[in-house]
Ligand binder design. Structure first.
Ligand code: DAH
Length: 330
């Protein structure tokens, strides 16, 4: 077998290469997995010892030569492409076309949730910024002597009202005035008298679901949570329900989300939920013997942090362009 006739053909082929894409293709056709020279090399094994020696040797030489030539050619092509790019004409007089294609991350998760629950037939509400003490606490089975008041540090106004500490503050109004069966979702900014750090802010966003109907049980609650989480994440995330204490539900249930990052997983406390406490229904003039319900709620801020891997809550209110620019939409 003679390789001499191959050399001029290959040399001409290499000389004609004009782009990186062509070069990669040509390199593959010669020395790639199924390349001409690679195939020839595989056949060497079946030759006589004598042929193996001479043919094997010149084939290896040819291969090395081809590789070298291709490396030189690649450098040449890259340098040419760089020069062309440098010489490209840029018209500096064209006015900038600046258009914001980003949205605040809270706004994005908010729109997603609204989209999901309106399809599920929930009515939409916004929690008031200011609540009476009754709406925010007493109506939710948290009288003034109750230690649970301390669970939420509160901003008190001088007239005895409060900056709403939870979207649950709308429960009493909705249960009292809306027709049954009730299916409502409440969005709202809530306020806590906290020391601000990476995980605490004095204002954050919450969302709350309230259902009041006949014969409501934990199965309904679990189904609704599963459906909403699945829609929200695009798959059913792993979550667990365990007993938790909230004065306005009985039983009270905490929902934890399984969270994995860089191969490590852990449970994150994610939402509070439960069957609406009979006292809460009574406070809203609804007979607990006739009606029952469930409620659950979580921090939209928390959801946005989990979804986007945001590790400092302060970023949401600092209005830094570098932060906001990362949330492209559309
Ligand atoms: N309002 C509670 C909070 O801010 C969260 C919550 C717990 C809402 C249990 C609920 C619930 O609807 O059933 O911590």
């Amino acid at each position: 077998m003679n390789l001499e006739h191959l050399k001029p053909e290959i040399n001409a082929g290499i000389a004609a290469l004009g782009s990186l894409r062509d070069l990669i293709e040509y390199r593959n056709s010669l020395v790639g997995k199924k390349g001409t020279l690679t195939e020839m090399l595989k056949n060497v094994a079946s030759l006589s010892p004598e042929e193996k020696k001479t043919f094997g040797k010149s084939l290896n030489e040819l291969r090395t030569d081809v590789e070298n030539q291709l490396t030189i050619k690649e450098k040449e092509i890259r340098e040419n492409e760089l020069k062309t790019a440098e010489n490209r004409f840029i018209d500096m007089t064209v006015p900038a076309q600046w258009q914001s294609r980003t949205q605040h991350p809270i706004k994005i998760v908010q729109s997603d949730i609204i989209d999901i629950v309106t399809r599920m037939g929930f009515s939409l509400w916004r929690a008031p910024t200011i609540s009476t003490e009754f709406q925010n606490f007493d109506a939710l089975n948290i009288p003034s002597w109750h230690p649970a008041r301390d669970m939420q540090d509160t901003f008190w106004l001088t007239d005895g009202r409060v900056l709403s500490t939870q979207t649950s503050c709308l429960q009493n109004h909705l249960i009292k005035t809306e027709p049954k069966p009730l299916r409502a979702m409440v969005l709202g900014s809530v306020y806590r008298n906290e020391k601000i750090d990476a995980t605490h802010d004095i204002m954050f966003e919450q969302v709350e679901w309230i259902v009041v109907d006949k014969n409501i049980n934990i199965g309904h609650l679990k189904w609704t949570i599963t459906t909403i989480l699945t829609e929200l994440f695009g798959y059913t995330p792993k979550f667990r329900m365990r007993p938790g204490y909230f004065p306005f539900v009985e039983p009270g249930i905490e929902v934890d989300l399984w969270w994995e990052r860089d191969g490590k997983g852990r449970w994150l406390e994610f939402m509070g939920s439960g069957l609406i406490h009979p006292n809460v229904l009574r406070q809203a003039d609804v007979d607990p013997e006739e009606y029952s319900g469930f409620a659950f709620g979580f921090g939209l801020t928390r959801l946005a942090m989990i979804r986007y891997g945001i590790n400092d809550i302060r970023l949401f209110h600092e209005n830094k362009i570098e932060f906001l620019e990362q949330f492209a939409v559309g």
